[in-house]
Design a protein around this ligand. Structure first.
Ligand code: AMP
Length: 402
């Protein structure tokens, strides 16, 4: 089945056309700067040269129109007719408490996704826009929503409730939801396969370390806790997001720095994390280069980042009453041996023994990086959210095809 995977942001759309039978992407690309005169469409057909087109793209509908046009173009395309697109899978950031799994999009589901907009005002409106555009341009193609929050809906109430007045939960649905669920679920399942063990028998901590970072306690294949909360701001230190802080700090700083809500939100989401601490960058490659060059703030930022991960790993082992496997994934988790080493440092008391040689090997495949004798297996597992969305979409759409 050919599934078009769509991930819509405010001014960006990322897409992949994936053949779910051989799990290969026929083409991948993005449209950036939607709404501007100098929007950019980058398109990479499999095994051929990348194409870049610049021009005015007014809105998400037009962006998807151009995406379809290039997928179909005689020169750069990979299909001859839209009928070769069997289904569309959309990444939807927030499914609230309504969605604990992926769903086929119907008018009723769309109404429920719109109700979740107030929980994720920065993300869901764009996801909805992308869905509407595809519905308009491909009215006969079935569409599926895959939610970032769904995997974490198995968390018990004592893990997802905040110690705030009940009325905030009742009136405004304030609770922990967690994000990156597609990635945590994907790497947990692939890691169980790699280790040759049933996922139901494993207590795992999965560390998704990308621009956004989150960590999850996955017990028997189910998420039982995760570091991101009501929004993707809580938890680990991220590229530009603070992660956990004393909530009173923000109340204090709003007064001291005379900030409005918009400015305070930007402070926590865009100017904090590794960027705020190091003063250099939110990008881990640049941080590592500065550490190498002896920059003391970058060194401290890296320590804070890894110390937070280490604390969460130990906390989640406690939450699950044991630990069999630690999984590292996403840009930093898959590529930074230094971050993996510092994050596992001091966890030998729990049976975590990293093999420095295995940890240092660069590879794009899933692999074990702990010693043979390590009680806890440490694994690097590439994430592939697009493929996970494509396979989920194919699974839901298959029965419709008879
Ligand atoms: P993602 O959001 O998964 O694309 O991850 C982006 C993050 O991964 C950025 O902070 C990058 O600096 C980081 N990253 C990518 N490659 C490397 C690398 N080779 N070493 C360290 N960090 C990396």
């Amino acid at each position: 089945m050919n599934v078009l995977v769509i991930n819509c942001g405010s001014s960006t759309i990322k897409y992949q056309l994936i053949n779910t039978d051989d799990q290969q992407a026929l083409a991948a690309g993005s449209v950036e700067r939607i709404g501007m005169a100098d929007a950019v469409l980058s398109h990479q057909p499999q095994g051929r040269e990348k194409v870049r087109v610049t021009g005015e793209i007014l809105d998400h509908i037009q962006a998807i129109e151009y995406t379809l046009a290039i997928l179909l173009s005689p020169q750069y395309g990979v299909i001859r007719d839209t009928s070769e697109i069997d289904a569309v899978g959309h990444r939807v950031v927030h499914g609230g408490e309504k969605f604990s799994g992926s769903v086929i999009l119907t008018d009723e589901v769309m109404a429920q996704i719109r109700e979740c907009i107030e929980l994720a005002p920065l993300h869901n409106p764009h996801n909805v826009r992308g869905i509407e555009a595809c519905q308009r341009l491909m009215p006969n193609v079935p569409e599926v929503a895959v939610f970032d929050t769904a995997f974490h809906q198995t968390m018990p109430d004592y893990a997802y409730m905040y110690a705030l007045p009940w009325k905030l939960y009742e009136r405004h649905a304030i609770r922990r939801y967690g994000f990156h669920g597609t990635s945590h679920g994907w790497v947990a399942a692939r890691t169980a396969e790699l280790l040759g063990k049933p996922i139901s028998s494993l207590k795992m901590v999965t560390c998704h370390l990308g621009n956004g970072c989150s960590i999850a306690a996955v017990d028997g294949g189910k998420s039982v806790d995760t570091s991101m909360g009501f929004t993707p701001l809580e938890g680990l230190v991220m590229g530009t997001r603070s992660g956990d802080i004393d909530p009173a700090i923000i109340l204090h700083v709003i007064g001291k720095e005379d900030l409005n809500v918009h400015e305070a939100t930007a402070l926590l989401n865009k100017h904090s994390g590794m960027l705020g601490l190091s003063g250099v960058s939110g990008d881990m490659r640049e941080i590592e280069a500065q550490v190498e060059a002896g920059d003391t703030k970058a060194k401290l930022a890296l320590r804070v980042y890894c110390y937070r991960i280490r604390k969460y790993i130990a906390a989640y082992a406690g939450a699950m009453g044991g630990l069999d496997t630690i999984v590292f994934t996403a840009g930093v988790g898959e590529n930074s041996s230094l971050v993996r080493r510092l994050s596992c440092e001091g966890l030998t008391f729990m049976g975590v023994e990293l093999d420095d040689t295995l940890n240092g090997i660069r590879s794009k495949t899933g692999r074990v990086i702990s010693t043979n004798t390590s009680k806890v297996k440490v694994v690097v597992m590439p994430t592939n959210e697009e493929l996970a969305i494509a396979l989920e979409t194919a699974r839901l759409v298959a029965p419709l095809r008879g």
